[in-house]
Design a protein around this ligand. Sequence first.
Ligand code: 0HH
Length: 210
Amino acid sequence: MVSYKIEYFNVRGRCESIRYLLTDNDLKYTEDMIQFEEWSEKYKPKMPYGQAPAVYDGDFQLVQSNSILRYLGRKHGLYPTCEKEAYKVDMLNDGVEDLRVLYIKLIYNNYDDGKADYIKELPARLKPFENILKVNGAGESGFAANNKLSFLDYNLFDLLDNHVILHAGCLDDFPTLKGYYQSFKSRAKLAEYRNTDAFKSRPVNGNSKQ
Ligand code: 0HH
């Protein structure tokens, strides 16, 4: 039986999509929860980019959240082997990364002064996802691309969840995206996991902004 180990802080941050993927696919994992005061000496030096998360597949260390997701996807049938299908997953995942970077900048650099403008611009940033998911038939299949589950679904769901927390009504004008978000949220294993104390008590971000 495969068992992975995660090293990350006790925040959702860049790791929650990985936790979702592992949980939803019954992949066993343990967590070495990094304490802030231990980070610089104990963990940072062994991270190739000086950053977490890291996931260990046995002795094999994986870093960079998107590379970790894609590795797990390839290994567990959550990344298409067909090139065009893989492209559809990748182009959405790159879109998730672009918006996640903007979100992280808002949260950590400019929350109080920047939130109103961020929310004003959010519809224009969500619209492409609405359009792409509609073309991909996500409203019917419940999956963002190719009518099948991929690693990208966990990443997109987490990004949408962060934005619903930031601004509750942000998906209201996007029926496909909203339906997709709600149906993904109700996946049994995810719903069960999200109902645990461990999940509910875990901050979304590392600075108490959300
Ligand atoms: N491109 C990388 C990826 O996708 C980016 C990883 C990253 O930004 O994996 N890692 C951050 C933590 S994410 C990191 O390692 C934000 C969590 C905030 C929790 C508080 C962190 C307090 C650290 C003392 N940052 C630490 C660093 O760069 O030294």
